[in-house]
Design a protein around this ligand. Structure first.
Ligand code: UD1
Ligand code: MG
Length: 424
């Protein structure tokens, strides 16, 4: 935890290029909204309170935030008059605050807690009044450019629309992330004017203000520039998903997990996997899952979240799991759906087994429990709520509607008839 750190997330902008009825910051990557990815990163970095500036479809964004985050007030920016104006609106909630304010944008989901923490620590150890995170881009088009003097000190930021041809050639850009010593420099936000090409209150003008009144203004250069990739379109959304996918798979491979085909494997950042587990092609693991060691997952398996898979488990082709615990040495190898279930150790679930967990009339979901060493025959439907006892055996093709005791055989299929010589 960094002492006295609060964050302002700018999220009032419209996001026209998303061409969507959903506000931009609520679009999802790996089942989590962009805004939530940013909030999670600042919280992990040690921010104690986060203020979200909302504007476009404010009520929808505010509802999401209040349902999912504590200690995260939203403030309304009725008209989007610029990033400087947005921070000014948030500053009403920061009167008398004496710590540091981190400013981030709600549409940069790839930013990591590690980078944010290093950035804030740099700001603090450097005794800066204002620190801005910069990056070097081969193609800086569209971004604000960082101007430095002959000593290498930052002097101002110039937006693309206000830039001369010479300034446009500068490759150091503003990432839009700042850290402000609120006591010594927060009031600078009130000094920002809208005298520019877009008639907007630019937060970037805080740099020029700081320099003009001898505040300590420092640039901090970001090394891995994909972290500040901002989302403006559906194409950007897929690009960011790819970056996040690659990041996660690389991390897992470093931890000793085998990923046979990284191009077709999608694993949410929230999933944890143990050593020596093998992930075969076309696997999708969404939401939060914990998978043990020495498991084999895939090909074509789909975990939809809240799954806990213990060691030495096999989850095979076209198997879908949701909200399920599967204990060690259990096999669910083919064509099955297991949801809202607890499956014990050393269980064998035959091909085509379905846990019927949902009553579409009452909308109630019920639990299936399968105890240790049970064996479920192929093409079984387990109509929940139902419990299968230890060592119980279910005959193939059964529809099980009542719980089965330990060591019992249960089967519901009609007896086979044979009419001899019928074909003749
Ligand atoms: C901004 C920076 C630019 C930087 C770039 C990095 C300014 C003036 N420019 O430009 O130097 O290179 O980000 O991505 O700050 N927002 C509000 N209220 C507003 C306007 C914007 O909340 O009135 C929010 C947006 O929702 C967005 C963020 O602020 O999350 C940035 O706004 P955006 O319009 O994307 O700024 P850029 O033009 O990209
Ligand atoms: Mg932008």
């Amino acid at each position: 935890m960094i002492k006295d750190l609060k964050t302002v997330v700018l999220a009032a902008g419209k996001g026209t290029r998303m061409k969507s009825k959903t506000p931009k910051v609520l679009h999802e990557i790996f089942n989590k909204p962009l805004l939530a990815r940013v909030l999670d990163a600042v919280i992990s970095a040690g921010s104690s309170e986060n203020i979200v500036v909302v504007g476009h479809m404010a009520d929808v964004v505010e509802e999401y935030v209040s349902k999912n985050y504590e200690n995260t007030p939203c403030v309304l920016q009725k008209e989007q008059l610029g990033t400087g104006h947005a921070l000014k609106i948030a500053s009403e909630k920061l009167k008398g605050f004496k710590g540091n304010i981190l400013v981030v944008c709600g549409d940069t989901p790839l930013i990591t807690p590690k980078t944010l923490m290093e950035f804030v620590k740099f700001h603090i150890s450097n005794n800066s009044d204002i620190t801005v995170m910069t990056a070097f881009f081969d193609n800086p088009t569209g971004y604000g450019r960082i101007l430095r003097n002959e000593n290498g000190d930052i002097t101002s930021i110039v937006e693309e629309k206000d830039a001369s041809e010479d300034i446009k050639k500068i490759k150091e850009i503003n990432t839009g992330i700042y850290c402000i010593n609120w006591e010594s420099a927060g009031f600078g936000v009130d000094e920002i004017k809208n005298e520019n090409a877009q008639k907007e209150y630019y937060l970037t003008d805080l740099i020029k203000w700081g320099v003009s009144c001898s505040k300590k203004v420092s640039p901090y250069v970001l090394k891995s520039s994909d972290e500040i990739f901002g989302i403006n379109s559906k194409l950007h959304l897929s690009t960011a998903t790819k970056i996040m996918q690659k990041r996660k798979l690389n991390e897992l491979m470093e931890q000793g997990i085998t990923i046979v085909d990284p191009d077709t494997t999608y694993i949410s950042p929230e999933t944890e996997i143990g050593e020596d587990t093998i992930i075969l092609p076309n696997v999708v693991l969404e939401g939060r899952n914990i998978i043990g060691k020495d498991c084999k997952i895939g090909p074509f398996s789909h975990l939809r979240g809240n799954c806990k898979i213990e060691d030495f488990v096999k989850i095979g082709n076209f198997v879908e799991l949701k909200n399920a615990t599967v204990q060690s040495h259990t096999n669910i190898c083919h064509l099955s759906y297991v949801g809202d279930s607890c499956v014990g150790q050393n269980v064998n679930i035959g091909a085509g087994t379905i846990t019927a967990n949902y009553d579409s009339r009452t909308k109630v979901k019920s639990k299936t429990e399968i105890k240790n060493n049970a064996s479920i025959g192929s093409n079984t439907v387990l109509v929940a709520p139902v419990e299968i006892g230890e060592h119980a055996l279910i005959g193939a093709g059964s529809v099980i509607t009542k719980s089965v005791k330990e060591n019992s055989l249960a089967l519901t299929r009609s007896p086979q008839k044979e009419v001899q010589n019928y074909v003749k």
